[in-house]
Write a protein that binds this ligand. Structure first.
Ligand code: BG6
Length: 495
């Protein structure tokens, strides 16, 4: 088992505790950290929502969601301890008449971290921060956690940040992108900066192109209120995909200190090439899924699941783009990014495609380039495809065979903690390194705004793709035109 270092006792207030994020991620994450002995029994988990719920109904709700997220035998003894940390307050945080005293009574003191987790839509971030301030809920060790996407464009993100920063200082604002809490995403830093092997090869000298894919088989799962206004670019590309791109492309930071890592990421974002109405159609694809099959299950199309007033939605559930990073290391290396819902398979994957050897001594068709495939989820793996000789006398046939590192094989006794487990403990510790800084979020919005406005100006067509496929044909053509292809191979579970 991995060792879990206990964190100091803390108080956390979760706004929006009855919502999806809290039920599916936050409450189970806290429960699992408690079960592993990382959370002290004197900590307080204070739930806030507008839902009318008495204490037993709240406890039932928390139990249900923790049970749903717990594999194996249910640890009833642990649950009995965890339940003592819980309390619920039915509060409308935006109502000036709210009586905050009962909630305040739950705080154990000012000498421990006091965390405000805003598991609500971004439009409520500022009103809630103002309410926290007005009700005098802050303490010297207060922290606030904001979920992505922060706003819906640069302007709204700026407004939100101004409002939040009027109450909390920058170093107590934790901007969450849960991809950064994934073990395999953190491993990108180790791969690049703890191994000498790749660094000399990590540039336009030897790399042909890079692909980053975040594909899901899930649809919007009843979140159309949010998703239809956001779309794939705001939901995934502006944050998860760009963060992965930064980790792959940034220069080695001087240390893992949040400021140093952020500074390197910002340089990448600022060097990322944008689009205009003339270049956007050749370099990007917008897609939306229609009905289809995921495995044997027939699933409805995106529009089929929407309420009548938005039935003809033009929101993209898929986006693919070709971009470049304008600096010495990466000039000339295309970065192909794609994300989509209801795709053929769930995969978050980075493919580093090396150049072919400059001269081929083995004959026509024998010159497969090396390829490093970093599978972040599921079946976490690193595979380095090498050219080897197919055994046999009398001929020289080359095959591309991977050197495999399947994490499941190497760390078979370890379970991967959910990203939220790691990140929540980092908030308690006050460790900002895996959270996004203000400038980073702004740089990501600025690039995203440029893409969305180029789409607007060019009236970019929405391409349809059947659920259960690898996206619209146009996404394949995006690479095909360059003599390349998406890496769509499934890898078998290496366990
Ligand atoms: C969230 C998006 O940030 O990430 C969701 O809002 C998406 O639409 C989810 O489903 C994917 O996360 P993961 O961890 O399942 O890859």
């Amino acid at each position: 088992m991995a060792e879990f270092v206990p964190v100091d006792p803390f108080d956390i207030v979760i706004f929006g505790v009855s919502g999806d994020l809290s039920r599916q991620k936050l409450l189970p994450a806290l429960f699992h950290r408690y079960c592993d002995g990382q959370i002290d029994a004197s900590s307080n988990i204070i739930g806030v929502a507008r839902s009318v719920m008495d204490a037993p109904a709240y406890i039932d709700m928390v139990r249900d969601c923790c049970q749903a997220a717990t594999e194996g035998a249910w640890p009833e003894d642990m649950w009995q301890g965890f339940v003592k940390l819980l309390s619920y307050h039915e509060i409308d945080a935006t109502d000036p008449q709210t009586d905050w005293r009962p909630l305040r009574d739950n705080f154990a003191g000012e000498d421990r971290p006091r965390i405000f987790y805003l598991a609500v839509g971004p439009r409520l971030y500022v009103p809630i921060c103002q309410a926290i301030d007005a009700a005098d809920l802050k303490s010297p060790l207060s922290r606030v956690v904001l979920e992505k996407p922060i706003g819906s464009d640069l302007q709204s993100a700026q407004r939100i940040n101004d409002g939040v920063e009027a109450v909390f200082e920058e170093n107590s604002i934790f901007r969450m992108d849960h991809y950064l809490g994934k073990e395999t995403v953190q491993n990108l830093l180790i791969l690049r900066f703890a191994n000498m092997l790749f660094e000399p090869l990590w540039s336009n000298q030897t790399i042909d192109h890079i692909q980053i894919t975040v594909a899901e088989t899930l649809g919007v799962e009843g979140r159309h209120d949010y998703y239809d206004k956001a779309g794939a670019v705001r939901d995934i590309m502006q944050n998860h995909l760009l963060q992965l791109l930064c980790l792959i492309a940034m220069e080695p930071p001087n240390s893992l200190d949040a400021g140093n890592v952020r500074a390197e990421k910002i340089k990448v974002l600022n060097a990322l090439k944008g689009f205009d109405a003339a270049t956007v159609s050749n370099n990007t694809v917008r897609g939306q899924y229609t009905s289809g099959h995921i495995g044997d299950t027939r699933v409805a199309g995106y529009r089929d699941t929407l309420p009548d007033d938005i039935k003809n939605s033009e929101t993209e559930t898929f986006a693919a783009i070709k971009t470049e990073i304008a600096n010495w290391r990466w000039a000339g290396v295309p970065f192909y990014l794609r994300t989509g819902k209801r795709m053929h398979a769930r995969r978050s994957e980075i493919v580093i495609q090396f150049k072919s050897t400059p001269h081929n001594v083995f004959g026509e068709g024998q010159n497969q380039p090396n390829r490093l495939v970093l599978r972040l989820q599921p079946d976490e793996a690193m595979r380095l495809f090498m050219q080897v000789k197919e055994p046999g006398p009398g001929h020289m046939t080359l095959r591309s065979i991977p050197l495999d590192l399947f994490y499941a094989r190497s760390f078979s006794s370890l379970k991967y903690p959910d990203a939220y487990e790691r990140l929540l403990m980092d908030v308690v510790r006050g460790n900002l390194s895996l959270f996004m800084g203000l400038e980073e979020v702004m740089a990501a919005w600025s690039w995203t705004d440029n893409l969305l406005s180029a789409w607007d100006k060019a009236d970019q067509k929405l391409e349809h793709y059947a659920a259960g496929t690898d996206g619209p044909l146009q996404a394949s053509l995006l690479l095909d035109r360059d003599g390349r292809a998406w890496w769509n191979d499934d890898i078998e579970d290496g366990a």
